[in-house]
Write a protein that binds this ligand. Sequence first.
Ligand SMILES: Cc1ncc(C[n+]2csc(CCOP(=O)(O)OP(=O)(O)O)c2C)c(N)n1
Ligand SMILES: [Mg+2]
Length: 282
Amino acid sequence: MSSVSIGHNVSLERRAWNIRRHAVLMGEVQGQGYIAQALDIADVLATAYFHAMRYRPDDPEWEGRDRFLLSNGHYAIALYAALIEAGIVPDEELESYGSDESRLPMSGMASYTPGMEMSGGSLGLGLSIAVGRCLGLKRKGSDSRVYTLFSDGELDEGSVWEAIMSAAHHKLDNLIAIVDVNKQQADGPSTSVMAFEPLIDKLEAFGWFVQRVDGNDLGKVQAAFDAAKAQYGRGKPSMIIADTLMGKGVPFLEAREKNHFIRVEAHEWQLALAALDEGRPS
Ligand SMILES: Cc1ncc(C[n+]2csc(CCOP(=O)(O)OP(=O)(O)O)c2C)c(N)n1
Ligand SMILES: [Mg+2]
């Protein structure tokens, strides 16, 4: 049903494209879902899994791994697509997405899925859990890093700002957080629900190393991950603010005004796949 690229010579562009394709195929299984988010965050996930992170696909609980904590559990479809592409979840399981007994439930559950480090769903918790993981790893003398992805809607949660404060207080330079600023949330445009800008100024004032990039520009995302990793030993947590476009890669989804949870007609899945196929990198 899908194609996982085997080998080390696969470009990051192709990894991101594969992640988008796996996600659309999973969406087709259910006829609906958080597909537009998977399309917007595919470049960040490709960079995390195929450029930045240390892990062993055949041993997802390897102690020396970097951790990836998905705070926004509704983005699980995006992370499954990355885990499939990374060879941590077998390709065939894609067809079970969201069904009873599947290891790929619609919201991320740590006990169900290899490579899923936390259970999400209740928003605003991932960054706090990441702070705890970072402290624990440092105490153990581990040099593993903790990556955590959260969404711009989660900036509305007080718990996120407590974690932002405590990560800086504890000088957690093993923490790399990524916030997906896709400018939408369930209740409408993100900044009309809660005015969280200017984000760079706020986060710098809280003591973080902050970068803001076009989250759909792979070169810029890669450079941001490299600079964040280089902060290790410098005493500051890193935040990558990724400005993304919901539905990226599928023009009729990019053009939709409301993309939080989409239902797509049966024939439209084929249109979405055809649109992706047109932009297929080598
Ligand atoms: C604590 C909490 N409050 C509310 C919700 C309901 N909820 C699910 S997704 C969502 C939108 C969150 O914003 P964001 O992730 O930016 O939306 P997206 O970009 O995916 O459209 C909300 C409010 C929840 N899951 N948890
Ligand atoms: Mg959002």
